[in-house]
Design a protein around this ligand. Sequence first.
Ligand code: DGJ
Length: 767
Amino acid sequence: MSIRVSEGLFRLDTADTTYLFQKNAFAHLEHLHYGRKLPEGDVESLRQKHELTQGSAVLYDEKADPSYCLEEIPLEWSGVGKGDFRVSPAELKLPDGSFTCDFVLDSYRIEAGAPKMQTLPSAAGENAETLIVTLKDKAFSVYLDLYYSVYEAENVITRRAVLRNAEEQPVLIKKLMSYSIDLPDRKYSVATLSGGWISEANVIERPLLTGAIVNESTSFSQHRNNPALALIEHGATDDTGSVYGFNLVYGGNHQTTVELSPVGLVRVTGGINPYCFLWELKGGETFETPEAVLTYSAHGKNGMSQNFHAFVQKQIVRGDWQTKERPILINNWEANFFQFRQNSLLRLAKHGKRLGCELFVLDDGWFGARNTDTAGLGDYTVNRKKLPNGLDGLGARINGLGMRFGLWFEPENVNDDSDLYRAHPDWAIQRPNRTPSLGRHQKMLDLTKREVRDYLVENVTHILDSAPISYVKWDMNRKVSDFLDGAFLHRYELGYYEVLTRIFEPRPKILLEGCASGGSRFDLGHLCFAQQIWASDDTDPIERLKIQGGLSLFYPVSTMGAHVSMAPHQQTLRDTPLFTRFAVAAFGAFGLELDPLDLKPVERKVIKSLLEQYRSIRQTCQFGRFSRIETGDPHIVQWQAQTEKQTVVLRVRTLVPAARANDLLEIRGLDPEKTYTLRQVQSPLFVGAFGTLLKHILPVKLRSYSHLLLTADKYAKMDDYAEEYRASGAQLMSGVRLHRSFIGTGYSDKMHMQGDFGAMLFVVTED
Ligand code: DGJ
């Protein structure tokens, strides 16, 4: 039993954590502890002492207790107007027209599993236990159910709040968060994933000083700020110290506030963004807030990440692909953009197949008049000029090559220049009295309307059932504008979940990849439907170290779409080695996003061999226990993924210093007693990259532009030195001294020849 209640003390235990709160003398829920696991016993040492109050304090009930001031009490929930001036989790206009409210304990119950939500997606509830604490406003029959679902094995507690209006008059919800928790100040810093288009999920860590840090979005979960957030105790590292993680199972406008109050309490509250939000809750109605996911680890950021990864893989991601290795895909977008014909697609697929791809994805441009991004969006009728045999014909040919077939859609948006918009201009979100603001030349469809939802479901399912489609990329390329209010945006999100449920729940075999101009809408709400999400339109591996590395704080590798594309990179112009592009994408839902015929013949050979090898490490990379390894060098990024028998280590050097000292490779998590073989995956060296430096290796001098060299560059390669050792886990974990790197003083075939952006990939296998 992970939930116990006795004499007003509520105790929630996971494998390594304890969460405690208590009903106090005023029937408020006083928070006592969330953190490392505690034995049962007296909790007096955990209780906030309040013999004295601040000179300016507003006392809750002076007569009953002249030292009880809500501002100074750690609470599980707080109201408005009773002396707590911190960020409130709720702003409700009650039937007396006032925002003053005061929620006190009414009753509680415990249920096995996690009750399914009526309107929103939520965690699966497998092996969970749920405590439902009901609070009631002291003046009105307005109830608040606080749900705490305990996931013991995953060290996660989910929280959400449901408001019930048992009055006859309506209650106006201006703000209703999913949870609120007050922790003691431990000199935290707050980490968020922030950025923008093609620079998503960069980790921003800032100290929490008195005042509030707000992580929010006003247009869905968005590139700008991911809903996830970490609270890192002073001194905590990747592997040590206390770290709390918070996330939301929601892709709409979100807000999480972390506030350090002057008395040294840290309040974290998160949920739907109150931005422009007004929701009338009529008598007898209820309002559900999204489920929030909380975790704690005493083992640093990696500990927090591993808790989240296990939880997301087991309780959030669902469908037939939940635990399956993701197929190696080839997507035609960067190879073709809108210019293709059936034959060119088949050629692409055939070459992809030769390299080892397992799934061919036809991206944008296959329907209607969609030959640029200015027209055709909304008209999902196959363009017969491009695809004379239709999707079923193309799909059958792709299947005939031994590959699965996947298709792109962007159902939520419409171009003005489309038959759909011409027929139903009233289906687009716009204001009658204003010129609409477009994003990527398109308007959003109003998913709050039943007829729009029905149309989308019918339209998309008709296509899905008309061809052998086993993968869908669901894109969404604009932010919201011209909307009514925040409540409308929440209704939109509910409509969107309904559409996804109706399309994909009856089709669990389809692998769904979410996408929104790259990595916008990367969140747990979407992961309840999509098994993976395209992490960014930026496929430059050096940028991806930040993006995938950032996402890995909260999301497992298996959920991050990651592809190898051409270099120089289309957005950064950075020229990175093919091997690095491969090795970074290997820690993701892997694919190619290029035309194989743009690769040199020797590069095609290399990719083929790498994909072959990838199949033997894919399970580990995508589903293994993932850690970021601190190297102490800002220019070396190291990741590792581990299953019981295999460890895969990626090490990328983003900037090479001259005459550098010996490199030490650190590996974690091996059994000191066992014997392992460490093998480095052979990384190719293309002669063209070395120019006149080849004089160090070749007996003859060649001009860098000589025909011989250019031809050799096309067809021949050398290999970088590949390390290999057989040793105990203890020895490998004490650091592997790698062979020296080229510094211009000579050449040996036992040296490494990688420059800036060079990657190394090591596979450690138990004997
Ligand atoms: C944006 C996506 O991120 C790309 O991968 C591609 O699918 C385009 N949309 C297509 O319009």
